[in-house]
Design a protein around this ligand. Structure first.
Ligand SMILES: Cc1cc2nc3c(=O)[nH]c(=O)nc-3n(C[C@H](O)[C@H](O)[C@H](O)COP(=O)(O)OP(=O)(O)OC[C@H]3O[C@@H](n4cnc5c(N)ncnc54)[C@H](O)[C@@H]3O)c2cc1C
Length: 398
């Protein structure tokens, strides 16, 4: 199933298919040319530098904003997980860093859209979807990742707001975000998840300290950050007090199918290259694709890609069209788990088809191999998704 056939599945509407094609045309015709020479596109031979990271992320956010491609994130009447899935598939296929920037704006916008008051939505959503501000989403801590309910960062209630004390770890855009969705403990409760509140924090009002910047396997701005007794105005509270954990789960549930889509985009980019290579690589008097074992490998990877693509499209469709369906959590978990795990294998097999060339730093497949790895960990590791699926099938059968 090629990309058009995937989009043609009944899970998407004609309007969504048209949007996806227009977005792909814009990515190829406007975004990539604007980013050329910065090492962001997979085919760009320049290597990305850590120093340029903030500039590049801001440029990508602004271009996406100016193109109007983030607008649907700000309007609950048009917000659609299927649109997110279609857009992230395209971005990840051409430029994973651009996909990352898009995903962070989506996390920020979804938090404000789902949890924010009308005043917060009016204040923050236009800034986020114009790409004027960069968003961070600070849930994880060094000792509370998969078990996020165990977080210890404190937001102590005061007569006029809160005082924040504590650290957050593995925070994307942590070193240069302007707005941070913060999850912190505002009450001690018998069940730890019931004591967590969410906040929308403006850096210039309640600044955080950057404790550590991480150098990741693939270009990705990631930091450990801290607030040392910093005041937060009462207006920063996002949603009801102590409903922050539920909000985090709600936002992650909305975005998780789009992580699957990003994995699909990377896998498709790799498999397309492997097929092209196998058809032209001279070998044994013919080409590599003539070898039955190679052809079987390509067939296996294509079948994996299709399976994962269908799971992803179905999960997004369920979220948009049947949000009360008891099968939603399992569908979303399956999509994220299967798509990210299969994508890693597909990229690995594509490298095998290329041989030594794909071992070179800077080769698009070497870049994809590194890029795809984190997707199996963030927004719920594969084993966490597996746990959700197991719980569902043990309760409801198959
Ligand atoms: C590139 C990147 C970007 C990130 N960006 C952000 C961000 O912007 N904001 C944010 O809050 N966090 C972010 N994270 C953190 C991410 O969400 C956590 O890494 C993730 O939740 C896992 O937590 P951990 O790393 O502490 O691993 P742990 O929670 O220690 O888990 C380690 C491993 O234990 C296994 N495991 C976990 N649970 C189970 C289970 N139930 N059953 C069996 N095995 C299990 C899994 O194999 C897992 O990988 C990011 C991480 C990465 C890599």
């Amino acid at each position: 199933m090629d990309i058009q056939a995937w989009r043609a599945t009944p899970f998407f509407t004609d309007a969504q298919r048209a949007m996806a094609q227009a977005f792909e045309d814009w990515v190829c015709g406007a975004l990539l040319p604007a980013l050329a020479g910065r090492g962001i596109a997979l085919d760009d031979p320049a290597s990305h530098t850590a120093q340029a990271m903030e500039q590049d992320c801001r440029l990508i956010a602004r271009l996406l904003g100016q193109g109007g491609w983030l607008d649907s994130l700000a309007d609950s009447a048009v917000f659609s997980v299927r649109s997110l899935v279609l857009q992230r598939e395209v971005l990840a296929r051409y430029a994973p860093l651009a996909d990352f920037v898009f995903a962070m704006q989506a996390l920020g916008a979804a938090s404000v859209l789902h949890g924010g008051s009308a005043a917060q939505q009016a204040q923050y959503l236009p800034q986020i979807v114009s790409g004027e501000v960069l968003c961070a989403f600070a849930l994880s801590e060094s000792a509370a990742g998969s078990d996020a309910a165990a977080l210890t960062c404190q937001a102590r209630p005061q007569p006029d707001g809160f005082v924040v004390q504590g650290e957050k770890c593995w925070i994307s855009h942590g070193q240069h975000a302007d707005v941070c969705i913060l999850f912190a403990r505002s009450a001690e409760t018998p069940k730890p998840q019931h004591g967590i509140s969410a906040f929308v924090v403006e850096r210039h009002l309640s600044p955080w300290r950057v404790c550590e910047e991480f150098t990741m396997l693939a270009p990705h701005p990631l930091a450990r950050i801290a607030w040392d007794g910093v005041g937060l105005p009462a207006a920063a509270l996002l949603g009801a007090p102590q409903r922050g954990y539920a909000l985090a789960l709600q936002v992650l549930q909305a975005l998780r199918s789009s992580v699957a889509a990003a994995a699909l985009g990377m896998a498709r980019a790799a498999l397309q290259r492997a097929i092209g290579h196998a058809k032209q690589r001279s070998m044994y008097g013919g080409v590599l694709a003539d070898q039955a074992v190679c052809a079987a490998t390509l067939a296996q990877q294509a079948a994996s890609l299709d399976g994962a693509g269908l799971l992803c499209a179905r999960a997004a469709w369920l979220y948009d069209c049947q949000p009360q369906d008891a099968a939603l959590a399992q569908a979303v978990a399956q999509a994220k788990w299967q798509a990210t795990e299969h994508a890693q294998q597909i990229i690995d097999r594509a490298q095998q088809v290329f041989g030594a060339a794909a071992m070179c730093d800077g080769h698009p497949l070497a870049r994809l191999y590194r890029e795809v790895r984190a997707l199996r960990i963030y927004e719920g590791a594969s084993e966490v998704q597996q746990h959700i699926v197991a719980r569902s099938v043990l309760q409801q059968g198959v």
